[in-house]
Design a protein around this ligand. Structure first.
Ligand code: 3PG
Length: 398
């Protein structure tokens, strides 16, 4: 970004891909983290006099306009954070976007409507994606530039992330550069002990990262909904807890191969229904009653995990330990997070990856400066740690 700013952007159209995919409750943004993290790059460009066109997605609409996924609340919040007017185009690359982009004056900011309202954004057909990319280029003109700043989406080979970078002079935004620098520290010369905490609901999303990290780390703690498939792999009956039956054998193989590294809960908090006011009790994992579901890890597990984490020198955490959105099932996530804060206080390098864990940090009132870095990327940070090539980064290097 510095190179672009040094070259001067006054009067130049600059297309910025940000990740503004924030959690919403109706039209209320429940965690503005990604907007706050994206603001500095947009601000720097606007202050330097660029005509800034921002493109971003929200959720996973089905390739057509859908008011539920409108970026309207995001445009309002972005304007508030920047202290500047942010126009929202009524479409992605249609008449309104074109007219508004033509009317931009130096320092103006235009946010395009949800890029995933256009089916070409996520198309597997490269020609389709390139056609959309060309229409995005039209909005900033032939002498425009592209700034890739949506770290949370760099693992997607999509039109606004990947294809458009091939058509314009391209630059890594401040957020993307900072995220990559931090994550690189987790892959080279890591200080030991190195502990990883994985949670969240789907074990299938995390298998690749477990395979990649288990041989490299000292401790890999598993909690959240995904731990029940590991428990089932040990022959434990998990009641109505989340379970991915097709993954049981793979989990069993991992437990056998990495017995010294993998740690799964020994007790859990079970509930009679999935709700904030469900009846609940703590049980050893071997005594999960039929018809009950595990919604958090239990206090003994928290204690054991915490003792592993407080002595670590490097920690990466992705995914909550339980349904922290319900107070009754937040203790596991909070306990593990507090242990990471303690480790950080003792000099450990700690990274929180993923929208859900970052939201948990803020919603549970944990100090954001209690972690060395809170990443805006969930899937992106996992794929980085898996050692996969991230198309949105690779294209900038090409
Ligand atoms: C995320 O929420 O991880 C990013 O915004 C990417 O979203 P996606 O998984 O829908 O591509």
């Amino acid at each position: 970004l510095k190179d672009l700013l040094d070259a001067g952007v006054e009067g130049r159209g600059v297309l910025v891909r940000s990740d503004l995919n924030v959690p919403l409750d109706g039209e209320t943004i429940t965690d503005p983290g990604r907007i706050l993290a994206s603001a500095p790059t947009i601000k720097a460009l606007a202050e330097a006099g660029a005509k800034v066109v921002v493109t971003a997605h929200l959720g996973r609409p089905k390739g057509e306009p859908d008011p539920k996924f409108s970026l309207a609340p995001v445009a309002a919040k972005l304007g508030e954070v920047l202290g500047r007017n942010v126009q929202l185009a009524g479409d992605v690359v249609g008449q309104d976007a074109l007219a508004r982009s033509e009317g931009l004056t130096d320092g103006d900011i235009l946010l395009l409507e949800n890029i995933r309202f256009d089916p070409r954004e996520t198309s597997k057909d490269e020609a389709q994606r390139q056609a959309l990319a060309r229409e995005l280029v039209e909005l900033v003109g032939d002498d425009g530039a592209f700034v890739s700043d949506g770290f949370g989406v760099v693992h997607r080979a999509q039109a606004s992330v990947y294809d458009v970078a091939k058509l314009l002079p391209h630059y890594a935004g401040g957020l993307v550069a900072a995220e990559v620098e931090v994550l690189a520290k987790l892959t080279t010369d890591t200080e030991r002990p190195y502990a990883v905490v994985l949670g969240g609901s789907k074990v299938s999303d995390k298998l690749a990262v477990i395979e990649a990290l288990a041989p490299k780390v000292d401790t890999l703690v598993i909690g959240g909904g995904m731990c029940f498939t590991f428990l089932a792999a040990q022959g434990i009956s998990v009641g109505t807890s989340l379970l991915e039956e097709s993954m049981i054998d793979t989990c069993k193989g991992l437990l056998d191969r990495y017995a010294d590294v993998l740690h799964i809960p020994q007790d859990v908090i079970v509930a009679d229904s999935f709700s904030a006011d469900a009846e609940s009790k703590t049980v050893p994992v071997s005594e999960i009653p039929d018809g009950w579901m595990g919604l958090d890890i239990g206090p003994e597990s928290v204690q054991r995990f915490a003792s592993l984490l407080t002595s670590a020198r490097t920690v990466f955490w992705n995914g909550p330990m339980g349904v922290f959105e319900f107070e009754k099932f937040a203790a596991g996530t909070k306990g593990v997070a507090e242990a990471i804060v303690e480790a950080t206080g003792k000099g450990a390098f700690s990274v929180v990856g993923g929208g859900d864990s970052a939201a948990a940090v803020r919603q549970l009132g944990l100090p954001e400066d209690g972690f060395s870095h809170i990443s805006t990327g969930g899937g992106a940070s996992l794929e980085y740690l898996e050692g996969k090539e991230l198309p949105g980064i690779a294209v900038l290097e090409g």
